[in-house]
Design a protein around this ligand. Structure first.
Ligand code: ACO
Length: 378
């Protein structure tokens, strides 16, 4: 067997052959199934993009309508899932609530018929349809309210905002939210997608695949960064404090949240689109002082760390958009999960098509030939 050099974080090691998305980190290019992210953000909607990612091509008008209808029909969650969620502690993180709820779906749909396209489609529809409902239900229940039922007159993103806030959202806000979902739907072999593929390779059910990926997305070096960006902007507090804050981080060798990316060495194209969306929101709903702080951060970080290829990533501006929509900070990562479930499911399906269980190797750095010391002699 060929022995490879150990690469921490598997940096640069291909873990799968995939036709789902493509990134060129030097050029700042991201494509889903060959279509540039800028074009999808402008012309598509989230469910159409999810269909593209999962089934490999854009749906016809009839296919899209049928898919949207199926998702709309399956938005309600079982009362037992809702009751289970009621017993979750309100102080718990919504990502943990989501991970537990996604895994619990597997209890209700335990049949594993992975070679049956009908089973695959049902699972895709159910996960896309119910994850937003579960997140919104947890949000209302932790405030002591009853969850609201999905509104069949609203499309995917507008309905989520409605279930979250109990009010029909402004159309511009709903449209911008939908674009945010498109931007977060897929991003090649990142940590949570790798986690999804490893779990998928054991031929377990898709609910376990998604639950495992949700758990991986939650960490601050991955999806959790957008929460930390807002906390950081709040701590900085003013434009004047930006430079000393960054200099302090550099001196302490601390990471500046929302900056840097394993792949992008220029500004993440999604950050550029999100910045533009944030500006549209501020134009309609009023300026935000944290945006001024963010812009100053971008300038100072480019000056200090641009030579290392450290620029804003997708999480830098997404938090500002969600904050303007008055979405609680700890829901930012669950919202990322609503979007990324499309990518995870695309990878689940691709993994199943040519499966080999993941079984990497390791470089052993421990001892050999040690003697067992009896308990009373230790
Ligand atoms: N702030 C300051 N310096 C940074 C940052 C940052 N955010 N990111 C990287 N660097 C520096 C490192 O200190 C290192 O410098 P050195 O070569 O002098 O030691 C160099 O750039 C390379 O950094 P690595 O940590 O090796 O880069 P890696 O590819 O492992 O990390 C990561 C990428 C985890 C995203 C990192 O940039 C980071 O922690 N960023 C902050 C957290 C964040 O925003 N995460 C969201 C990522 S996007 C997503 O998951 C959706």
């Amino acid at each position: 067997m060929m022995v490879c050099e150990f690469k921490p974080g598997l940096e640069g090691i291909p873990a799968a052959q995939s036709g789902i998305s493509f990134v060129d980190g030097q050029k700042g290019l991201l494509e889903y199934r060959g279509i540039r992210i800028e074009e999808l953000a402008e012309k598509s909607n989230f469910l159409e993009t999810a269909y593209l990612l999962i089934w490999g091509e854009l749906p016809t008008k009839e296919e899209l309508t049928a898919f949207e209808e199926e998702v709309r029909y399956h938005r309600r969650i079982k009362y037992r899932i809702r009751d289970m969620m009621k017993s979750f502690p309100e102080s718990g993180h919504p990502m943990d609530a989501l991970q537990a709820s996604a895994a619990a779906l597997g209890l209700f749909y335990s049949r594993r018929d992975l070679h049956n396209p009908v089973y695959i489609r049902d699972a895709v529809v159910r996960l896309l349809a119910t994850i937003p409902t579960m997140i919104a239900a947890f949000q209302l229940m932790r405030k002591g309210n009853d969850p609201v039922r999905p509104n069949d007159n609203l499309d995917y993103s507008a309905n989520f905002l409605y279930m979250l806030t109990e009010e029909e959202p402004d159309p511009l806000a709903a449209k911008i939210f939908d674009v945010c979902l498109i931007l977060h739907a897929e991003h090649t072999m990142n940590a949570s997608t790798f986690s999804a593929r490893v779990t998928a390779s054991t031929l377990t059910d898709p609910y376990a695949v998604v639950a495992s990926a949700v758990g991986t997305l939650g960490g601050p070096l991955h999806g959790g960064a957008n929460e930390e960006v807002i906390q950081m902007l709040e701590n900085i507090g003013s434009v004047e404090n930006v430079r000393p804050y960054i200099e302090d981080c550099l001196q302490k060798k601390a990471k500046i949240m929302g900056f840097g990316h394993r792949v992008y060495k220029v500004k993440d194209p999604r950050a550029t689109i999100l910045q533009n969306l944030a500006e549209q929101l501020f134009a309609k709903f009023g300026q935000d002082k944290y945006y001024d702080i963010a812009q100053e951060m971008e300038r100072v970080v480019a000056e200090k760390l641009g030579h290392k290829g450290i620029y804003p990533n997708v999480d830098f501006y997404s938090g500002l958009v969600y904050r303007k929509m008055e979405i609680p900070t700890d829901l930012f990562t669950p919202i990322f999960a609503i979007a990324r479930v499309a990518g995870w499911l695309a990878h689940w399906k691709e993994q199943l098509a040519e499966n080999r269980i993941f079984r990497p190797t390791q470089v052993y750095s421990g001892l050999h030939g040690m003697e067992y010391t009896p308990l009373n002699q230790r």
